[in-house]
Write a new protein. Sequence first.
Length: 182
Amino acid sequence: MSYPPPAIQAVLALLTVLGAIFDARQRRVPNWLTLPGVVLGLALNTFLFETAGLWLSLKGLGLAMAVYLPLYLLRGMGAGDVKLMAAIGALVGPANWFGILVLTSLFGAVAALGAIAIKGRFRQTMWNVWMILVSIRLRQAPYQANPDLDISSDRAVRLPHAISICLGTFAFLVAAKIWAPH
């Protein structure tokens, strides 16, 4: 973990807050927000750290895409969330991105458990988890076995993941402020 420079922190804050607002209101993260985030990540890191910064940025972008793109292809996540995490990866590099991923996952898990409890869907959720595991074992996409596992299904329980991404990013920045070398 390393403490990001102030310019990168500012872009991260703006990017994730706007992404969370759009995802909460419109259930999408717009391209006009994520593409400049990727470009700014590449440019800022190159400006601040020269060639090493460019490589760091590209590795963060690549790791984010490698982790999130399969979730999109399996119809478990929206494309805007993938692009938002790619922009974050380009801004912070692979090691810091992984920290943000872990914290984002924790916030997402808490939100999912809350949604399951509020909607009274514990039994259905356990069935869906079983279907996902069986589908993986059979090497098929889970949404093929159960259309409710497709994020675009009207019956799917959907959460604005950009809110979890925003919370995970801010939690990471706080943790980095406390524990990372400056």
